[in-house]
Every structure is written in C-alpha cells, then in structure tokens.
Design a protein. Structure first.
Length: 450
C-alpha cells in the first residue's frame, strides 16, 4: 500500500470519522454521578466495545478499576514476531462548565467555521476517532500487534487506571506506547510532547484569633489571618511573576521549540495590556520551570461580608513541577517556604493534598524515529518537540511498569481546541492528518523492528 494511497484511504474515511465523533459526543460521559448519569459512561463503554470489535479486535472487554470507572481493553493480533503497540485514549470528558457560555449544544457535534464543536470533540474523543480512522484505513493489513486501552476517569483524576496498570502488566505490555491525549503545536504544525510537568498540591491554613473581631474596635493591632495569608501567597512570585519558592530552581530553559508571545497571548486569552509573567521565554515558563498557582481561597465573599477581622483563612495551592525536579521535594520546599514567610507568628498548618511526578517521553529509538517520519510525511513539514504544562500521572506509571517501552505523547488537541473550556472544538484536518500519521506508523514500525 503506497503512502499516497494510505492518505487517500484516510481521507475517504473522514465522513465516518465525523459520524463516529457525533455519536461519541452525544454520550455525556462525565465520570461523576453528581454531574452526569452513570449510564452515560456505560453507553460510551458499550459503543467502544462494539466499534473496536467490528475492526477485528479480540476480547474487547470493560475492566472495572479501583475508582469504579471502566477501562476498555482489546487486542488485534499481528505476526508472531511483530512488536506490540499500545494505543491509549480516555473516554470520559470534562463537565460542560457553563452551558450558557456555549455557542452551540454541548452534547451535539456542530460544524462551525470549519471546526467541529462539542464537549469531548478534542479531549479525548477526537483522538478515539483518530484511532478508528487509522485502523480502518489499514483495512486489517497491520504488521504489528495492537492493544487499545481506554481510560474511564482521566478527567476526574481519581487514579483508577493508575492502580490497574501495575496490577495487570501482561494485558498491556508493549514495545511502543502512544499516549494520545495531547496535540500539535498549532493546526498543521506536527509536534510530539516530550515532557510533562508534575504537580504538588497543598492546602495552607492560617489562624490568628479565637473569633472574628470588629475591625473598628480592634483593627490596627489585632492580627488579621487573611492579611497574613495574602502576604504569604504574594511571596510565591517576584515582581516579574517568576515563581520564587526557597530551595527550588527557577531559571531552567526549554531546549525545544519556542512558544511565540503573540500565539501564547491568543491561546491563553490574555487581556490587552496585561503583561505575561516571568523573565524567561514563554516556553521556559510553561514547560521548564516550576509555577505556583493559587487555586482557591476560603474567606468571606464580598457580598455579605462584615466589618470584621478574620481569625482564620486558607488557600489551595497548585505547584507545577518540571522534569528533572522531584515532586515530593518540591512539595516539601513549598511547605517549608510557607511556614518560613508567615508573618506575626501566625499559626500555620500545611496539608499535603496530591503530588505527581513529571515525565519525559522518548526522543530516540526505532518507534520514535518511525513516528517522526510518519508525522513528517503526513504533514509535509518537520516535527517540533514541545512540552506540556499539565500533568498526566499515568505516563509515569507506564514508564515504571514498562521501562523498556518507548512512550510518546501526541494527538489532535492543538491550542485552539479550548479543551476543558466552553466551546471545545477540533479541527477535522487534525484528525485526518494525525490518523494518516498513525496509520503510517503502524504500517512501518513492524518493518523497521524486524
């Protein structure tokens, strides 16, 4: 099968890809019974079992994991001496996050301006459509063994599959693992994500008084817990916006592609006239350096507040940890920093909430070289290497469980997709081009390994 013929076969499958995605988006597969009926996740699981079974996968089964979600696993046998490729995706989605902010129905795939809109259209059901399209284009002529693994609770971060993988290594063992929950640098610019920042979350509580006190009678001398917390949080960044946690290096530079300032401002929806943070390049700040973010503060809201000095306040802090930095060490450094900068001998407690190790993907090896070649052939341009500021803890679990596997992150989720936000969308040309790249990879990897 020639490369041009394979690309043509993918293109001919795009109406089916749109139909697939339309059906998947209609499933409200939020893995949280408080936000979506559990049967919606079950319908999604059933659909996946039927769809991959129709492509010749054997024993496509739903395996319940520790958090109650179901992982869909199936196998497509290749030649006896062929390597095995594991294709990862997740089939749960984020909740809508504000139905009134969507410009089209959340759970209905809608074409607008050349893009397909709907919750999960990119993250991660667009990647499922990519897998199905690539496999259909190959029409059963696949010279490798293929295993699929579809996670059912990735967006909730409850760790069901992270618990399942090390307990069931023989089900998922592979020579190459394609984690398809990422995307390109921009539409038409193919990219591999070679690093992920880890995370370290804490909740800090500040106490100064036995009760709220009248600000007129006691203000000026009575220690204000909220003011103390504000001072502590302000110490996490310098005047330029660099993260300044004692004991953490914050000057690393990203060695791969730069992230142009104008593109980042547009992608991040930064308001006109507002400065970006940090003294490094954008790529340094979001991919190579730690970043502390205050996720929430417990204090009186403006409406309903009274003239009182606050006796207690707390905040939830998220620290993103770049590759090369230990997440547990970073969390301890954050804890020590907060305790050290607390003013007025305020009583401070710091509760660890979560941590996850950073990850570095493969940048050498037969699978890596084959995938880069396939992406370059599909897009007709060079592949760039980029980082991702977010965390995918499962990647480190894969790396620990299968230390000899080449693990690569890719997918259809370029910045304009607005994953996790209202008006999520996917560019159908990304599904087409990435499906072509994946089909080329599956076709050529087995040949290179023999």
């Amino acid at each position: 099968m020639s490369e041009q013929t394979l690309a043509d076969r993918v293109r001919s499958q795009m109406p089916q890809a749109e139909s697939d995605l339309r059906e998947m988006v209609a499933f409200r597969s939020v893995h949280d019974p408080a936000q979506s009926p559990p049967e919606e996740c079950e319908k999604m699981v059933d659909w996946l079992q039927e769809s991959f079974s129709a492509l010749g996968f054997d024993d496509v089964a739903a395996h319940e994991t520790a958090d109650g979600s179901k992982a869909v696993i199936g196998h497509l046998a290749g030649p006896d001496d062929a390597p095995t490729v594991l294709l990862y995706f997740h089939h749960d989605v984020q909740p809508p996050l504000g139905d009134d902010e969507w410009n089209s129905p959340v759970w209905e795939l809608t074409e607008r301006g050349g893009r397909w809109y709907g919750r999960g259209a990119a993250d991660c059901k667009g990647n499922i459509a990519m897998h199905l399209t690539a496999l259909r284009a190959l029409d059963g002529r696949i010279p490798v063994n293929v295993t699929i693994i579809g996670e059912g609770s990735e967006e909730q971060g409850t760790g069901g599959l992270e618990d399942f993988v090390p307990k069931n290594p023989d089900l998922l063992r592979a020579d190459a693992i394609l984690v398809c929950d990422a995307g390109n640098f921009a539409v038409g610019t193919p990219a591999l994500t070679t690093s992920l920042r880890g995370l370290a979350n804490v909740v800090v509580t500040v106490e100064t008084l036995g009760s709220a006190m009248h600000s007129g009678m006691f203000g000026g001398a009575a220690p204000d817990a909220l003011a103390a917390l504000i001072a502590m949080l302000a110490s996490l960044r310098d005047a330029d916006g660099n993260t300044t946690i004692t004991g953490l290096e914050s000057s690393a530079q990203w060695p791969g592609v730069d992230y142009p300032v104008d593109a980042f401002r547009a992608d991040a929806m930064v308001l006109d006239g507002v400065d970006l943070l940090g003294s490094g390049r954008v790529s340094d700040m979001v991919w190579a350096r730690p970043a502390a973010t205050v996720l929430g503060i417990d204090c009186p809201p403006v409406v309903g507040s009274s003239a009182a000095i606050q006796p207690r306040a707390r905040a939830r802090i998220n620290l993103r940890v770049p590759p090369g930095m230990d997440a547990a060490h970073a969390r301890q450094a954050l804890t020590d920093h907060l305790l050290a900068v607390a003013p007025w001998h305020a009583r401070v407690s710091v509760e660890p909430e979560a941590d996850g190790a950073p990850f570095t993907g493969a940048t050498t090896g037969t699978a890596y070289d084959t995938l880069v070649d396939a992406m370059q052939q599909s897009y007709g341009t060079d592949v760039v290497l980029m980082g991702q500021g977010g965390s995918i803890p499962l990647c480190t679990v894969f790396a620990d469980t299968f230390p000899d596997a080449e693990i690569m992150l890719l997918g259809v989720e370029e910045p304009r997709c607005l994953i996790h936000a209202p008006n999520e969308s996917v560019d159908p040309t990304e599904i087409e081009n990435m499906a072509t790249a994946e089909a080329l990879f599956l076709q050529n990897y087995g040949k290179r390994r023999r």
